[in-house]
Design a protein around this ligand. Structure first.
Ligand code: ATP
Ligand code: MG
Length: 219
């Protein structure tokens, strides 16, 4: 489903990703671990085409992304939640969710499925995103990434700064999605207990390289 081979990327003169190899099989939940500044977010950004001139190979859903000018279109099959609270604070919860369906798509219906995964959002549709708590904003950001039914969901530190009860709720959403099996999930995460409950497989990054990998049940 996602296969990355010898991926290298630089910011100016500094090499941030150095020959990264990583694979995520369909339906799997895979976690990328590593200390601050090793290149985890840069890796996710490079999958989204947000890093200039990466070298190597990124095959998503059978298609090579690097060097493909239609890459942007293929990326519509990916839901990406960057690090931090990625919402539009001036827009309502309902408008934030609509944006997940795409600017050009006009107004579509947000499926009941989203509200069954994130019941708290249903009670807050008219509120401004910026008035939600940090945990609610994170749930909104994940919900927005899911409304277009992506094949691949990428989460960058979804538990960062989030209180334990909301971490549990986010964990339940990931477990439910995994059980249903229609989506593949890649998570950058530091919180080991969370990883062990939601992920099947892990990779460890150090200085832009993968230095270890294995089954989370064997951690
Ligand atoms: P954290 O755990 O703190 O989120 P990370 O593993 O996600 O860290 P990255 O954000 O990928 O790390 O950053 C990797 C390196 O690239 C860091 O040294 C950072 O300073 C550098 N870097 C990140 N973004 C840029 C940028 N836009 N321009 C130049 N250097 C950058
Ligand atoms: Mg990061």
């Amino acid at each position: 489903m996602l296969s990355v081979k010898n991926l290298t990327a630089c910011y100016g003169e500094s090499t941030i990703l150095d020959q990264v190899n990583l694979a995520v099989a369909p339906g799997q939940v895979v976690c990328l671990l590593g200390r601050n500044g090793v290149g985890k977010s840069t890796f996710l950004k490079s999958l989204m085409g947000l890093v200039n001139t990466p070298q190597g190979s990124i095959v998503f859903d059978g298609r090579e992304m690097i060097g493909d000018p239609t890459y942007r279109r293929a990326r519509r099959g990916i839901g990406y939640v960057p690090q931090g609270r990625d919402i539009f604070p001036q827009l309502t919860v309902a408008e934030n969710l609509q944006l997940g369906l795409g600017m050009a798509g006009g107004k579509g219906a947000i499926s009941d499925k989203i509200f069954s995964l994130f019941p708290v959002l249903k009670t807050m549709l008219a509120r401004k995103g910026g008035d939600l708590s940090g945990g609610q904003q994170q749930q909104l950001a994940i919900a927005r990434a899911l409304v277009s039914k992506p094949k691949l969901l990428i989460l960058d530190e979804p538990t960062e700064g989030i209180q334990p009860s909301v971490i549990k709720d986010i964990g339940s959403v990931i477990k439910q999605l995994r059980q249903e099996g229609n989506i593949t999930i890649l998570i950058v995460e530091q919180y080991l207990e969370f990883i062990m409950t939601v992920a099947d497989y892990y990779y460890v990054m150090e200085k832009g390289q993968i230095v270890a990998e294995g089954l989370t049940k064997e951690i």
